[in-house]
Design a protein around this ligand. Sequence first.
Ligand SMILES: N[C@@H](CCC(=O)N[C@@H](CS)C(=O)NCC(=O)O)C(=O)O
Length: 204
Amino acid sequence: MPGRMTFYYNPMSRAATARWMLEEVGAEYETVPVDFEAGDNRKPDFLAINPMGKIPTLVLDDGTVLTETAAILAWLADAYPSAGLAPAPGTPSRGSYYRWLFFGGSCFEPALTETMMRRDAAPLSKGSVGWGSYNDVVDTLELAVSRNPYLVGGQFSAADVYIGSQLSWAGSFGAPRIQDSAAIQAYVERVVDRDAYRRAMRPA
Ligand SMILES: N[C@@H](CCC(=O)N[C@@H](CS)C(=O)NCC(=O)O)C(=O)O
């Protein structure tokens, strides 16, 4: 079992998703608050840890630095197998699990960014960008969460922590279609109804 980790955190950020996962697995970690307004994440000490100046950043007990929310979630799921948040390696379910973890980072995130931050711009070419289009991404997620209670094999996994969190944030920011979709809203309510989520939402 991993030793005490150091977790760089701000509640209004993707680090909230990593905190949810840290709570899911019962990890031992010290929280270091990152104040964006004070520029903590652009200070040399922090840039020496993560040159991207971004959180979540998780430093393991041997000094290994983990960044990228999906990677942190995937690592934690494997490092704490008793939490049961990742299907066994090599199984078809593990493939689906990877699918949704990667889909979150490589499709949903950029599609959402394009839609929310370039509202007046023409959509980028569907055939060229990896996420196709925002509507295709939302259609795909909506279908996935309508078919089964959870994304992978009918069982809650780290993929639900990631996609559930992204959908929850997207809805709260008023991203198109998210709050209007009964299936997506039911899924979000289902996945956040967990003690670990409630602990993660408390002030650090
Ligand atoms: N690809 C990273 C993105 C991390 C990210 O963009 N974090 C934002 C907060 S949500 C951040 O640290 N922004 C501060 C900045 O760039 O100045 C991930 O998936 O974790």
